[in-house]
Design a protein around this ligand. Sequence first.
Ligand SMILES: Cc1cc2nc3c(=O)[nH]c(=O)nc-3n(C[C@H](O)[C@H](O)[C@H](O)COP(=O)(O)OP(=O)(O)OC[C@H]3O[C@@H](n4cnc5c(N)ncnc54)[C@H](O)[C@@H]3O)c2cc1C
Length: 368
Amino acid sequence: MKASLAAAAFEVASFAASLLAEPWEVRTGGGTPFKVFTPFWRALASRAPMPAPLPAPKRLKTLVGIASENLGAWNLRPAKPDWAGGLRAAWTPGERPAAKRLAAFLDGAVRAYGEARNIPAIDATSRLSPYLHWGEISPRQIWSSAEAAAIAHPEAASSVSAFLRELGWRDFAHHLLFHWPEIATENWKSEFDAFPWADNDAAFRHWTRGETGYPIVDAGMRELWTTGFMHNRVRMIAASFLVKHLLIDWRRGAAWFEDTLVDADLAVNRTSWQWVAGSGADAAPYFRIFNPVLQGEKFDPEGAYVRAHLPELAALDAHYIHKPWAAPPEALAKAGVVLGGNYPQPMIDHAKARARALAAYAEIRQSG
Ligand SMILES: Cc1cc2nc3c(=O)[nH]c(=O)nc-3n(C[C@H](O)[C@H](O)[C@H](O)COP(=O)(O)OP(=O)(O)OC[C@H]3O[C@@H](n4cnc5c(N)ncnc54)[C@H](O)[C@@H]3O)c2cc1C
């Protein structure tokens, strides 16, 4: 855009604010872009000092004499039906709410971030991702406030570093997309081009609706549908279930997330899906297949997250909350759970799904 405007004799200036560093500014010793996160992060974090945020301009020079539309008249908000109640309850958009959220996070939750960030039932992360995506806060503002918080509270310094490292993943995703735009649509590892994806619309629909029969997956998909958000740990579990248990192409899952997430971001979403699928840059290996029951028991031991999003399971004993099919009939009856009635049976047995996924992977390894 800059080049074509300049060619048309416009004066062009741009001001970097949406990333910690522009994608072409961070380079390996050999001058090439990074493909692996850890050295990228080392290079990014050592570009000290991070430029401080600039104060807001006192006055903006605006163009005069240009007719404008009335935004309200565009009727952008859903009315008939109004499906956005859950979004409104969960979020207050805007620059000021973003700043307030950052201040509250740095004043409290950040101290436990290192350990608690993987527990979806607690409000342990910043929830700044939609504000970042929509430009309501800049990563440089976050960086400078977080550094100040670490200086004021040295006991929180390691948690603050863990938090800033996550922000580094966001920059890394944009770095990858800038240098390899095809990462949004093509398998980064081309051996996955031969992967035998299942074209199963019914299974895909069950996943989108949170009807897989695995409570941690279903709770995540319902949180997403209602609030436009899903906790990072649960995103990984739910995405892995689609790609590995149901063998459905990661691009279908990514597109659903883009339809429903309030923080849907091409760079982060697509690289994260490839990471989960095993097809991406610096990805989790395909053969590491999450067991949704064990993941649930580890990160939601009392089932508080599941109960919050699946009211039909709310009264189930914690011992069975991540595997209702293993509960004795009396426990189900006491909790009002009817398997195959108000909550589904698991779509597929975990051990079978695991074996099937590994066999599919072996196929592409052999042909590759
Ligand atoms: C399959 C999948 C899809 C995802 N899609 C998106 C997406 O569309 N948009 C998006 O912003 N994030 C996405 N993420 C990353 C992550 O889940 C969210 O950024 C995070 O949950 C946002 O919550 P938070 O703001 O409380 O994060 P915090 O833990 O407070 O982290 C602070 C900031 O760091 C960045 N960040 C955190 N985790 C990651 C990560 N794993 N990768 C890249 N950046 C990260 C975000 O900008 C976040 O706001 C996805 C993850 C997975 C596994």
